[in-house]
Design a protein around this ligand. Structure first.
Ligand SMILES: Nc1ncnc2c1ncn2[C@@H]1O[C@H](COP(=O)(O)OP(=O)(O)OP(=O)(O)O)[C@@H](O)[C@H]1O
Length: 577
């Protein structure tokens, strides 16, 4: 076995492989290159280039031996249950381009010399229990394009240097003790000097007891110098506050207007950084959209597939609803919606107002809606296998839990249904139409008119009051779970004719012990264990009493623990961010 193979066995020995996912990692093999989750560099030396083991239910720790894999380019261990610290030795892997450790239980800090990973493009440490300061050496990672440190316990000032200055609050959300320019939260000052030292470097910062005495000394030492810096910071903060959001938005529009169509009055806003295409290229395409590009239409507008000259694709929703609110109010609200970004949401990339038409520009999801995948009778549609269905359930739960629990104020979707779950090329789900129910139907509270086509997904209290809540979203999610199991729409004539809805129909069959009749016969690979868990969860979500339904965080936890797909096929979407 190669040296890298032996190193991988060391790494395996520190892991608790609960599902035996690594059973083919065997010492009698010549190379590790065919082992689960492993890829090697082409050529004779058989060095390990990728470790792709997300969603494998791995427990244990990440061994420091990882540092011996000096050819490693990608380490993807996200959505496992690893604990302990991120070993410092990892920073010896100087060719590392992508590091995904999201959704584990890592503690301690980020290795302070992470700046050594000079080739790093992607750093995703979100959803762990990491704490301490964000090392300023991250600023040296000049190749870094994606940084996700959200939902941890980081504290202190976010260093505003190097590449770290280019990331916005979306990279840092869910860390309540962070402050700094990027998150538009000034570091609180006491007598003019910061409570938390800026740019604290090491993960020692995670240990408050050790830190405090040195901390006070350094505070005193720097007090006078920092007074000056603090004054400048306060002044610049006041300056940014003084320029109202409106003025800033107007400034942005003007810039774009200058850049493109000087004759038209087009307004163009991009979200989450620049698009691959300029606004003038996009406006030109928007103007030429016609029936041939039609993808479909829904309650809020008509959706087109927009193909750019270089082959890039966007889905464009032209808002057809006449909207009571002024363009200004609409666009301000939209900016808030556009700032939301999550891997299981259909992220809005841009907005354009061209004459009297309003266009929302989204990333394009190639496999269309879950409703199409389950119900369309065309040959090309690939019916999701049971493990895909579990992954769709898990991803949708994650997206919805993010809206309910990570956004402030919480976002009620109000229209969860299989037509609003869109699938990318990996069959990963993305929730669409978020915020539109509120934005386009009624901007007061969460009162929405019942939308045509969503019958069957609506919680009884939502039907009665017309008021969508997080718990009515949970109900709709429960119906979605039933749909994933049965393959039937909630309005399927087979039970609607008998005066039943999908919830009562399934319950009747289960009472009569007819589990087989509940399950979609076209679905391959169903295992009874996870099936029962999903059905039980769907029943709890669709409880008639809203208070007895679980929260989406509870749903997500349960799905993560109990209903993880047995084999996760790693697939990377080629979305441009
Ligand atoms: N980002 C996207 N990528 C690929 N297809 C999309 C995208 N957004 C919408 N579509 C497709 O366009 C069609 C119309 O979508 P739209 O969201 O307007 O309607 P709907 O979901 O059917 O109804 P509603 O407006 O009530 O949500 C659907 O078939 C949907 O699958």
């Amino acid at each position: 076995l190669t040296l890298d193979g032996l190193t991988l066995l060391e790494i395996k020995s520190a892991l608790n492989d609960t599902k035996n996912a690594l059973s083919n990692w065997q010492e009698f093999d010549e190379t590790p290159c065919r082992w689960t989750g492993i890829s090697c560099h082409p050529g004779d030396d058989q060095r390990v280039s990728f470790i792709n083991l997300p969603y494998m239910q791995l427990e244990g720790i990440l061994s420091p031996s990882i540092g011996k894999l000096s050819g490693l380019q990608r380490l993807a261990l996200h959505e496992n249950s690893l604990h302990g610290t991120i070993p410092n030795e990892l920073t010896n892997c100087s060719d590392l381009r992508a590091l995904y450790l999201r959704g584990n239980f890592f503690q301690g800090g980020i290795p302070s010399n992470i700046g050594n990973l000079s080739s790093l493009n992607i750093l995703d440490l979100s959803g762990n229990s990491l704490k301490g300061a964000i090392p300023s050496s991250i600023g040296r990672l000049s190749q870094l394009q994606i940084l996700n440190l959200t939902t941890n316990f980081f504290s202190g000032e976010i260093p505003d240097i190097g590449v770290l200055s280019t990331f916005s609050k979306h990279s840092f959300e869910g860390n309540s003790d962070l402050c700094g320019r990027q998150i538009e939260k000034p570091c609180r000052t006491s007598l003019g000097f910061p409570v938390v030292l800026p740019h604290a470097e090491s993960d020692q910062a995670a240990v408050p007891a050790k830190r405090s005495s040195g901390y006070m000394k350094v505070l005193l030492f720097y007090a006078i110098a920092i007074m000056g810096v603090a004054l400048v910071m306060v002044l610049s903060f006041l300056w940014t506050r003084l320029i109202s959001k409106k003025e800033r938005a107007a400034k942005r529009y003007t810039e774009v207007k200058k850049q493109v169509h000087p004759v038209t009055s087009a307004k163009f806003i991009t979200f989450h950084g620049n698009l691959r295409h300029t606004s003038s290229q996009i406006i030109e395409k928007l103007e030429s959209l016609n029936e041939e590009n039609l993808l479909g239409s829904g309650g809020y507008g008509t959706v087109y597939l927009m193909e750019m000259n270089d082959g890039g694709l966007y889905a464009v929703k032209r808002i057809d609803r006449s909207c009571e609110v002024s363009d200004q109010v609409f666009e301000r609200e939209l900016e808030i919606l556009g700032s939301i970004r999550h891997i299981n949401l259909v992220n809005m990339r841009a907005y354009c107002r061209l004459g009297s038409s309003r266009f929302l520009i989204y990333e394009y999801l190639v496999l269309g809606s879950l409703d199409d995948a389950l119900n369309e009778n065309t040959q090309e549609i690939v019916l999701p296998h049971w493990s895909d269905r579990l992954r769709i359930a898990l991803g949708s739960a994650r997206g919805l839990a993010y809206l309910h629990h990570e956004c402030s104020p919480e976002i009620v979707h109000g229209n969860i249904k299989s037509r609003n779950i869109l699938l990318d090329e990996c069959m990963d789900p993305h929730i669409s139409d978020l915020g539109l129910a509120k934005l386009l139907l009624d901007e007061e509270a969460h009162v929405t008119t019942v939308v045509a086509g969503t019958f069957g997904y609506l919680a009884p209290e939502y039907l009665q009051s017309g008021r969508a809540t997080v718990k009515s979203d949970v109900y709709s999610f429960g119906v979605l779970l039933f749909e994933l199991v049965t393959g039937k729409r909630p309005t399927d004539p087979s039970f609607v004719r008998r005066g039943l809805n999908v919830v009562s129909w399934v319950n009747t069959l289960l009472r009569d012990n007819k589990l087989n009749e509940v399950v979609d016969k076209r679905c391959k690979g169903v295992d009874e264990g996870t099936l029962k868990i999903i059905l039980e969860l769907a029943a709890r979500c669709t409880d008639g009493n809203a208070d007895d339904r679980p929260s989406m965080n509870q749903v997500l936890q349960l799905l993560k623990q109990e209903a993880m797909p047995p084999q996760f096929q790693f697939c990377e979407s080629d979305s441009d961010y």
